[in-house]
Design a binder for this molecule. Structure first.
Ligand SMILES: *Cc1c(COP(=O)(O)O)cnc(C)c1O
Length: 221
């Protein structure tokens, strides 16, 4: 596992300062997070709320971790998600956004959200259809308690590099369009790029990349 520090250093050396790295620790034990923390990593991504809570309980001695929820969020887990995550990247419906906003108010928290968009059909992934997101943006921009900060995209499997890069470029353009439509929001974040495609996302203006396998190796749990 000493490899984690080397892999982190190598990856960081390739990132411009505008890009932040989320180490995706899903299916890896708390010990792997500890290892990355020792190498300076502070942002961690998980896909499942319960799994993250279990690891957080093992890491209470590390005070300054920032937790990002990346996976599909069921509405019955929304409260736990607001309690245990600083960022939620996988907000994929108005109903979920509204629920998170209400719960955040009750808990006195202000989580940062990314809106997950589906710019290409992908049966395996959730996300807003762009037309629906345009239509729902006015009501989204009324939410006071959550901080809607940008978009999250996942490239479907099986695209060529050129197609993937075009998709990331489209996400950037779409975010700019939404920002114009809702100037009261601050849609500055583009959460895009994983182990297989992050250089393409960085080339198109990603501000967060979400990398698991390249740092932690194949998922084991
Ligand atoms: C698992 C996952 C990642 C990391 O994927 P790797 O290919 O292991 O880098 C990033 N984002 C999301 C939404 C994921 O589910």
């Amino acid at each position: 596992m000493a490899q984690i520090a080397e892999r982190l250093a190598s990856l960081r050396s390739q990132l411009p300062p505008s890009v932040q790295l989320i180490a995706v620790s899903k299916n890896h034990p708390a010990a792997a997070i500890r290892e990355a923390y020792a190498a300076g990593q502070r942002h961690f991504g998980e896909n499942r709320v319960q799994e993250a809570i279990a690891k957080q309980a093992e890491l209470t001695d590390l005070p300054d971790l920032t937790w990002h929820l990346l996976g599909k969020l069921q509405s019955n887990k929304a409260r736990k998600a607001v309690e245990h995550f600083d960022w939620i990247h996988s907000v994929d419906s108005w109903a979920l956004a509204e629920r998170l906003d209400r719960i955040a108010g009750e808990l006195g928290r202000s989580p940062k959200l990314c809106l997950q968009v589906k710019l290409l059909p992908d049966p395996n992934k959730a996300g807003w259809d762009p037309a629906d997101l345009r239509a729902e943006l006015p009501q989204l921009s009324q939410l006071q308690q959550v901080q809607i900060r940008g978009l999250m995209v996942i490239a479907p499997l099986g695209l060529t590099a050129a197609e993937t890069q075009a998709l990331f470029a489209q996400a950037r353009t779409f975010a700019a369009e939404l920002q114009q439509q809702a100037p009261q929001l601050r849609l500055t974040e583009l959460s895009m790029g994983m182990s297989s495609d992050w250089p393409l996302a960085v080339a198109e203006g990603a501000t967060w990349i979400r990398v698991g396998t390249q740092l932690f190796g194949p998922r084991s749990l």
